[in-house]
Design a protein around this ligand. Structure first.
Ligand code: PRE
Length: 356
């Protein structure tokens, strides 16, 4: 076939796709009506995951799972917007990694609210100004994001999904010579993830100025010709800041885990994770006993992180993630019978890539 003939074939397929998508939307609108009648949540990450997995398992063409996921995320976002438009807050400004994660889940059509701190994302969720929030919780080079852990303890938002994102930092500047750089802007996690690069190139005479996010760093560096930013290439492009070096992170497998927060409980799926916060009794062995109770019912812990309570000096609370849903009978019993104070933070589909 020549180019014109091939394009005729493509046009025919696009016409069919559009008809089918509109038909799909009719059913989605019916689902939306049912949900509005019984007050249940429009966003159902476990159902979306089930659809993607089913499509992937029957896929016999060249589309990769990433491509299927990206196409369907836009379809789901359009569906949700048709059912009920809902707003998404994220740690901004525009171009931040949280923004990229928000768009990957909620699509280009959703309405977004960039905020300048993690706590303000929790606050607008609490005031019901938005339905969803997106914040980082941990990075595999630099560890936990303390502000998010503290807010999970302080506010009642629930974790409804997690997203792991590969993080590649760029060194972006308007300066033509590195010698002209007097200041480097970034989020503290940005510096910590690029220590080797900074030590190699900037041993002295450079001031490090922390910003609330890496995209805020790009915005600052645009106003200051003797500065640079450690930020994503998307933020650099957005703020028209030339990229001097790419992929400057110490660990090329650098990944950050983000949380999608909201106010509803997901139903069980085939592959769930649960997050809880535990304040264990003040006696020797209480943490060991608590952890052992998970082993006793065959539950796999995936993470434990301690954080000061700020109530009593050197007293800690523990953030624990484990495989399974809070509605599993064994888990329910464990939580109910535990002598420790436990706050359930959410049960959600395991977002690790190798879990798909
Ligand atoms: C749909 C849309 C939004 C939900 O997050 C999950 C799935 C979809 O487009 O397939 C439909 C729907 O609302 C639902 O099945 O609950």
């Amino acid at each position: 076939m020549n180019l014109d003939e091939l394009r005729i074939q493509i046009n025919e397929i696009d016409n069919k796709l559009l008809k089918l998508l509109n038909k799909r939307m009719e059913y989605v609108q019916e689902v939306g009506k049912l949900k509005q009648n019984d007050g249940s949540s429009i966003y159902r990450p476990e159902r979306e995951q089930e659809i993607i997995q089913r499509l992937y398992s029957q896929n016999d063409g060249d589309l990769t799972i990433e491509a299927i996921e990206a196409i369907y995320m836009e379809i789901f976002a359009a569906s949700r917007n048709l059912e009920l438009p809902e707003k998404v807050a994220y740690l901004g400004p525009e171009g931040s990694y949280s923004h990229q994660v928000a768009e990957s889940k909620f699509g280009a059509m959703s309405s977004y609210l960039p905020l300048n701190s993690i706590e303000s994302v929790f606050r607008v969720l609490d005031n019901k100004e938005v339905k969803f929030g997106v914040v980082p919780i941990e990075n595999n080079t630099d560890g936990a994001v303390g502000a998010t852990l503290d807010c999970l303890s302080k506010y009642d938002s629930l974790i409804v999904a997690e997203v792991f994102m590969d993080i590649h930092h760029s060194f972006s500047t308007q300066a033509e010579d590195l010698k002209d750089i007097k200041r480097i802007y970034s989020h503290p996690q940005g510096y910590n993830q690029c220590k080797n690069f900074l030590e190699e190139h900037f041993l002295q005479d450079v001031e490090f100025i922390p910003t609330r996010s890496t995209s805020a760093a790009a915005r600052k560096a645009k106003e200051d010709p003797n500065s640079a930013a450690i930020c994503s290439h998307i933020a650099a492009k957005l703020y028209k800041l030339p990229i001097y070096f790419e992929k400057i992170e110490d660990n090329l497998a650098n990944q950050t885990r983000f949380l999608i927060l909201s106010d509803f409980k997901n139903q069980k799926s085939q592959n769930d994770k649960t997050s809880i916060l535990a304040k264990v009794e003040d006696r020797p062995g209480s943490l060991v006993d608590f952890l052992k109770s998970f082993q006793d019912i065959g539950i796999n812990l995936t993470k434990i992180e301690s954080r000061p309570t700020k109530e009593k000096k050197f007293q800690s609370i523990f953030f624990i993630d484990f495989k399974g849903h809070i509605d599993n009978e064994e888990v329910k019993k464990l939580v109910k019978n535990s002598p420790n104070k436990i706050k359930w933070l959410g049960s959600y589909v395991n977002g690790e890539i190798d879990a798909i």
